[in-house]
Design a protein around this ligand. Structure first.
Ligand code: F0G
Length: 412
């Protein structure tokens, strides 16, 4: 493999270097997952001074030659918001939310999609395909539109949030439904890409997706002014935890920081095969019928589980489980105490804080992976419109004390 290219593809299982990715993004020799090693020299002094839209500010650390034109919707660069009332209640004054719901299509997927679609374009791929619980589908559809490429998304026929499906249709993707869950949809997509080379795989086994998502770590480091003690995030197919860990490890190996955070993966009870391995040490066993209200992470056979396990073990982290009631409660509190509307899957890490009992002085970053606007019907508490006859009715219904007009003027 030529180092001159500035990066190489290496199998995480047998260490074999690959000349280019196979259509299914796995190792030609042993079938395990591939990852990218960036081998070019990175100027640490200017890494954070890069120009460009969103994640492309860090293109020094991305696997592309300088002349490659990014397919970008200005993804990344999302706010790191310090929480207040929520933080106080869980006893973590230094609790931050990385609000990735503010990405162009409303989830963190856009970071990786920008990079992987850019790669697909340079390869001359014909049709981009993914299996999805919704967000990947929406993101792929948007980036394919921007790149003027065909997008094909395969989703479980039931249970995908209507907002996410609506996005996929609006951006012009072909949408196929599978009788069964996400794992079946992904198996179908693998089957297709292995036998038909017109399709290029865009799930997070595609190592270019991981490169885009690793930038989240660079941004957190910059926004926090250092490395957090813990990064807590939802785990579905297990790509994002692997990606963010990769980003922090790169910061450390570049000598920018000397510590790394502990990575805490959170799964929903009923869809927690990774947490089962971590808590009991038993071999990884896929679940046939995963269930949880958090549809985005309703996954029984996370394809990147080995990478995620490595992230947890190497970082001294953990994988834990929260139940649906805890997720719903955290989602409601985030909205009502912080003005932060996330989808159910994204509330899982916040729910986990109650169980985790982290040290009070710890700097903790939860990744708010997806925007709650995509699924407003989703267990958002009571949605009752109160009939208001007139203005007096409203005035009398809310139990606030009146202030005189004079007070208004003095305090406004
Ligand atoms: N949070 C949200 C909002 C997601 O949509 C997903 C995954 C995850 C967390 C988990 O991330 O898979 O990298 O561990 N959604 C995928 C999809 C499966 O198809 O949109 P992961």
């Amino acid at each position: 493999m030529s180092r001159s290219k500035g990066w190489e593809l290496v199998c995480i299982g047998c260490g074999t270097a690959a000349e280019t990715e196979l259509p299914d993004s796995t190792c030609r020799k042993c079938g395990d997952l591939l990852e990218i090693r960036v081998t070019k020299d990175i100027d640490t002094g200017s890494l954070f001074d890069g120009k460009g839209p969103g994640i492309w500010r860090f293109r020094q650390a991305l696997p592309f030659a300088p002349d490659v034109e990014p397919v970008s919707l200005e993804e990344g660069g999302t706010p790191l918001v310090r929480t207040g009332r929520f933080a106080a209640r869980v006893g973590l004054p230094n609790l931050y939310a990385k609000n990735d719901g503010q990405n162009p299509t409303g989830s963190f997927k856009d970071r990786g999609m920008s990079v992987a679609v850019t790669r697909a374009k340079t390869l001359g791929a014909k049709a981009l395909i993914c299996a999805s619980t919704g967000n990947t589908a929406a993101s792929l559809a948007a980036y394919a539109a921007k790149a003027d490429m065909e997008a094909v998304v395969v989703v479980p026929k039931a249970g995908v949030a209507s907002g996410k499906l609506g996005q996929a249709f609006a951006y012009g993707a072909r949408v196929f439904g599978i009788q069964g869950n996400f794992d079946r949809a992904l198996a179908t997509v693998f089957d297709l890409v292995r036998k038909d080379d017109r399709f290029y795989l865009m799930n997070s086994v595609n190592p270019f997706r991981i490169e885009g998502q690793k930038v989240t770590a660079f941004e957190i480091y910059e926004q926090l002014g250092g490395v957090p003690d813990y990064v807590v995030l939802p785990v579905g197919n297990a790509g994002n935890i692997s990606a963010i860990w990769k980003g922090f490890k790169e910061i450390r190996s570049l000598g920018i920081a000397d510590t790394v955070p502990r990575m805490i993966g959170v799964q929903a009870e009923g869809a927690a095969p990774l947490a089962a391995v971590v808590s009991s040490g038993t071999p990884f066993t896929p679940l046939k019928e995963p269930h949880t209200i958090a549809s985005a992470i309703r996954i029984g056979n996370p394809v990147s589980w080995k990478k995620a396990l490595k992230a947890i073990e190497e970082s001294g982290g953990n994988a834990i489980v929260v139940n649906d009631d805890e997720i719903i409660e955290a989602k409601g509190r985030l909205a009502q105490e912080e003005g932060l509307l996330v989808e159910a899957a994204s509330a899982a890490p916040f729910a986990a804080l109650v169980r985790l009992k982290l040290p009070r002085d710890a700097r903790v970053v939860c990744i708010a992976t997806g925007n709650g606007l995509k699924d407003l019907a989703e267990h958002g508490g009571e949605q009752r419109i109160e009939t208001a006859g007139d203005s007096n009715f409203i005035a009398n219904s809310i139990g606030l004390k009146r202030r005189s007009m004079r007070q208004h003027r003095e305090t406004d």
